[in-house]
Design a protein around this ligand. Sequence first.
Ligand SMILES: [Zn+2]
Length: 121
Amino acid sequence: MEIDIDGLLNLPNREVLDSSFSEKRVTIILKCVTASGFCPVCGIETKRVRCYTSRVVRDLAILGRKTYLQIENRQFECQDCVRYFTEDIEILHGNHGLTTRYEAHLYEQRAQSRTQRISRG
Ligand SMILES: [Zn+2]
């Protein structure tokens, strides 16, 4: 049986390229499925990729193993205003190195332990 990791991760515009795991850690490498980006200055669509980089961010744990996503992050060149821009990664919020759902999970955990402390008095 094969597990549909793409379906499980449920991330917009991303596709699993590779994955690996050890006793304590899962790493999933993702590529972007959209071919183009939109210039944040003039709004024009461009397919000209200047370079490929990647970011490693923490996501929700899988079966108790720390899980990291290595996300392809492209820099495009706008042919219209001749600027370079890096595409947005929808599942990240700021520069924290955490996915938004992992951040939400941490927040929930903190709120829960606070409630427990209060109820214990
Ligand atoms: Zn532009």
